[in-house]
Design a binder for this molecule. Sequence first.
Ligand code: ADP
Length: 278
Amino acid sequence: MSIKIENLSYVYSEGTPFEKKALDGVTLEIDNGEFVGLIGHTGSGKSTLIQHFNGLFKPSEGNVYVQGEDIHGEDVKLSDIRQKVGLVFQYPEHQLFEMTVYKDVSFGPVNMGLNASEVDSRVKEALHIVGLSEEVYEKSPFELSGGQKRRVAIAGVLAMKPDVLILDEPTAGLDPRGRDEILEEIKKLHDELGITVILVSHSMEDIGKYVDRIIVMDRGHIKYDDAPKKVFQHIESLEKMGLGVPQVTYLMRELTDKGYHVSPEVTTIKEAYDELMK
Ligand code: ADP
């Protein structure tokens, strides 16, 4: 398996008046090649949880295993874990800082100590995967559109060739078109590269159409962990958590599960029916 979390609890500011238990007894396993959505209301513990996946946080209690290895074990280098588990933060474009797109994406591979030709091929491959052509190599990241900047940031993580890619709210702040494009791109890279992808979101609309498994977080616990169709059956409880499932998401899911490719252009029920009738 890619990631195994065993009875994980995490407390912020332990022993102070600001003490806050953000995660409480979380157990889960994510297999190699899965496409998982991690969803929950703001404050449910998603960010805290994913930062345990690559060792940025150390559990107050419990264990984290990556590819079978206890990441806080004695012989484990956390820098190796961070290469295996790539994390794309929210608004990752805020972390772009090099003069050119090419340099920005090469930052990780250069730091890994790879030779120049390996760096070059990784940078080109990563930019190609996220759908950016050679024309952008020498551009400043700041000249690009919001969606393109985000692609550069994702390429920067992909260039490290992670086994697991975690994306924290990759659609935040994008318009509907940019949002669908990025999600389609992420689905494609999961399908084509076969890497494990964990998509974090507070919107069922974003992830319900795409992922194969949904983990619902609620106040530091896992509330549901199942195939989208099964999770959608808890509609009332999801709505109470502010995680309503739009009808169009249901329908798209039905279509995808039946083997149809649903175009990202489909945003209304009528368009979904039309797609089905084609
Ligand atoms: P999410 O990503 O689902 O919005 P978080 O993991 O950010 O949730 O937060 C989980 C809980 O931990 C929330 O109650 C939040 O207020 C609290 N929390 C997050 N970061 C801190 C921090 N640095 N100090 C204290 N409490 C925090």
